[in-house]
Design a binder for this molecule. Structure first.
Ligand code: GLU
Length: 446
């Protein structure tokens, strides 16, 4: 499609939330799919609630998700300014025009658009289909008086329904992609386009996002701000992937994709109008899949902050053992842990013996003498490799007619302080002979 220009138009009155991130992302996908432009416009006409800090958080939230824009408050562009509070002259200018043409009137300092009677208003929403209303339906509550539309408030600020029309027109927006809560505003906006003699853009309203209880997603359902997901250890790639699947599917059951794969496949016409349910299990699954696919160094960088947060001296280990060694530990962990945070928790024993000591509780029934014999035997392996240790271990359990797990489990417990871990001989190999010996000795098992 040619000259696709779309915009995300947040009000900077809070952080970037799931709903906003979702809207921004679908705009981005449509722009990138068509080689078009994605514009970030700040709708800060609510002077009391809007702040520059929120503007920054919204932008950094978008960047975290991997959404870049082509025009916006920070980078400018040919259709600026991109902050509504800096466009007041433009809103005035077109309001004057409407006044001159008798399509609006003054009420004190405010300017009011006169809702014309008996006008059919319709639009073909790309997602919701055809919407038809008549302006006679736009009435004052409990009265047959048509409800006129305030366009400039007495404090000189434009209202949303008016400013959005002026901006979308002047910024040459081709597709207005936004939340379904704006469907009911669209007819009013169309009346203003008509009054100014302007063509109407295409509209695509995105489905509502619901919690698992089928109620509109809200704080009650848990984390709502994009940053909370970062702090819980979700990867931006996965949150992107997950949000893209709220109301859209890539077809062929393809559930895991990169940003550019999504942009290639994305079709606005394939967005479903049925409300999308925010499913944490799905997010966890997607995140786990992305964690698996990461290259070792990137994975390490994801996990590292959570080790540090847990008080582990990662820097020291990185210095002595090397970055690749640490990354290698996480490669062994592949598939374990749904988030970077979980992965960090499940692998802390690679970074330090301390958490193992804390977790380890003595077991009275443990036959330490027997275990010692076994560990000493498998540690005779010339090369301290998982395979050699495993071969020796098999030989031992066969000779003595004992169960592998009775020897392997205490080994796992002593090395990791956990009941589950990757293959324990692999873990031992990675920790190295000296470290393993030290740990076993500490627990009186060597
Ligand atoms: N500032 C409006 C909002 O955040 C923009 C709506 C629109 O995209 O038209 O809801």
């Amino acid at each position: 499609m040619e000259n696709v220009r779309v915009r995300f138009a947040p009000s900077p009155t809070g952080a970037l939330h799931i709903g906003g991130g979702h809207t921004a992302l679908f705009n981005w996908l449509w722009a990138r799919h068509n080689g078009g432009k994605f514009i970030l416009r700040i709708e800060d006409t609510d002077l009391v609630r809007s702040t520059k800090e929120y503007e920054q958080t919204i932008m950094s939230g978008m960047k975290w998700l991997g959404l870049d824009w082509d025009e916006g408050v920070d980078i400018g562009g040919d259709y600026g300014p991109y902050r509504q509070s800096e466009r007041l002259d433009l809103y005035k200018q077109y309001a004057e025009k409407l006044l001159d043409e008798g399509k609006a009137y003054k009420d004190g300092e405010a300017i009011i658009f006169k809702t014309p009677a008996n006008q059919d208003i319709s639009f073909d929403d790309i997602v919701y289909g055809r919407v038809e209303v008549n302006s006679d339906g736009l009435r004052e509550k409990d009265s047959d008086k048509l409800k006129d539309i305030v366009i400039i408030k007495s404090d000189g600020m434009p209202t949303y329904n008016y400013a959005v029309v002026i901006d979308d027109y002047l910024m040459k927006i081709s597709h207005v992609i936004r939340g379904e809560d704006h469907i009911s505003n669209t007819p009013k906006q169309i009346l203003i386009y008509r009054a100014l003699g302007w063509d109407v853009p295409k509209f695509a309203h995105l489905p509502m996002i619901l919690g698992r209880d089928k109620k509109k997603l809200s704080k009650r359902h848990g984390a709502t701000s994009i940053y909370e997901y970062r702090d819980m250890g979700y990867m931006p790639d996965s949150v992107f992937n997950f949000l893209a699947l709220l109301g859209w599917s890539a077809g062929d059951d393809k559930e895991i994709f990169t940003r550019s794969e999504a942009a290639d496949l994305f079709e606005l016409s394939k967005v479903a109008r049925r409300p999308a349910v925010f499913d944490f299990d799905k997010l966890n699954y997607i995140n786990q899949e992305h964690l698996k696919r990461l290259d070792p160094l990137t994975r390490l960088n994801m996990v590292k902050p959570f080790w540090i947060e847990a008080g582990l001296n990662v820097e020291e280990v990185e210095k002595t053992r090397g970055t690749d060694w640490l990354a290698g530990a996480l490669t062994l962990m592949a598939g374990r842990g749904r988030t970077a945070k979980e992965m960090a928790e499940f692998s802390d024993y690679f970074v330090s013996f301390e958490p193992v000591k804390k977790r380890w509780t003595p077991d009275e029934n443990l036959d330490k003498a027997k275990l010692k014999e076994f560990y000493e035997f498998i540690f005779t392996a010339q090369e301290f490799k998982a395979e050699s240790m495993e071969n020796l271990a098999r030989q031992w359990v066969e000779d003595k007619a004992v169960k592998m797990k009775d020897y392997a489990m205490p080994l796992r417990y002593a090395l990791t302080g956990m009941k589950v871990s990757p293959g324990i001989f692999e873990v031992a190999e990675h920790l190295g002979r000296d470290e393993c010996k030290e740990r076993l000795k500490f627990f009186g098992l060597m």
